[in-house]
Design a protein around this ligand. Sequence first.
Ligand SMILES: Nc1ncnc2c1ncn2[C@@H]1O[C@H](COP(=O)(O)OP(=O)(O)OP(=O)(O)O)[C@@H](O)[C@H]1O
Length: 323
Amino acid sequence: MIEVRNLTRVFRTYKKQPGFWGGIKGLFKREFEETAAAKDITFDIAEGEFVGFLGPNGAGKTTTLKMLSGLIYPTSGTARVAGYDPTKRENAYRRLFALVLGQKNQLWWDLPAQESFLLLRHIYGIPAKQYQDTLDELVDLLDVRAKLNVMVRELSLGERMKMELIAALLHRPRVLFLDEPTIGLDVVSQKAVRNFLREYNRKYKVTILLTSHYMADIKELCERVIVIHKGIKIYDGALDRLEATGGRKKIIKFRPAQLPFPALDELAGGKSTVADDGEVVLHVPSDQVVSISQRILAAGPVADITIEDVPLEDVITELFNAH
Ligand SMILES: Nc1ncnc2c1ncn2[C@@H]1O[C@H](COP(=O)(O)OP(=O)(O)OP(=O)(O)O)[C@@H](O)[C@H]1O
């Protein structure tokens, strides 16, 4: 469904010198800086896949999604979505996909969402019956019927995002690009949006590429992830396999009954941190968890001890650091 080949986008930005004279100098001699927001990115996504698109701030995720949506042109490389070249901005392609930017709204701020939906119905030329059936289904799935006639500016962030999703899905796109759809939402709304996206993907086999900084979104929705860092793809594969790289280590957390705890550095191979509240955190190889725990318990009185997996966030941070 999505074919990306060597996609590259370089931004050229004017570097203004500081201060008034810097501005004047810039009128005569301009210095430019080039940023490669996406470098030689290649991947394929099959129909119906729900893929997580990860990377730290500024990695190039939004730039890639905007190229796939035809909003910006690539400097080089190609993208094809359902056979369409997004740069051609054909009407048939516009009907095929939707882009949801969690940080921006497409709904009119001073109108109830219902009115924006009607406008979209006309823009996309959706037949009346299909429009009503789709709207009813989406409104019920997202539980926002009571809010349809409320000004968008008066909705909560979570309600607004639900309306944005409805607006994006009214024309029944086959491909969905979601850029941080749960940003800033409380945990209950995050969960509602996640459940909705999971159901929608299963029911309609819509192809979804999702960026999110919330690992819960990725863990619950995506079997596959593509990770980019400084515009370069550094991982593409099963989320399980990525998580398993963190499985080589475990975290032991324990609370000594009194501090200092004897032979702490020796126990942890020289790597331990003690939090302000006195909790000791050790990162240890998985195959040594039992022996190290036994040594901790033998070394001194312990009020509490837990053994945890390395969080996905840490596994990904390690992946970034290795590149
Ligand atoms: N219009 C633009 N002009 C110049 N530079 C840009 C432009 N848009 C993005 N960039 C730069 O390209 C890089 C990638 O930005 P992008 O927004 O794609 O990152 P991102 O992975 O989506 O980050 P975030 O997680 O913060 O949203 C950044 O260094 C950014 O400053």
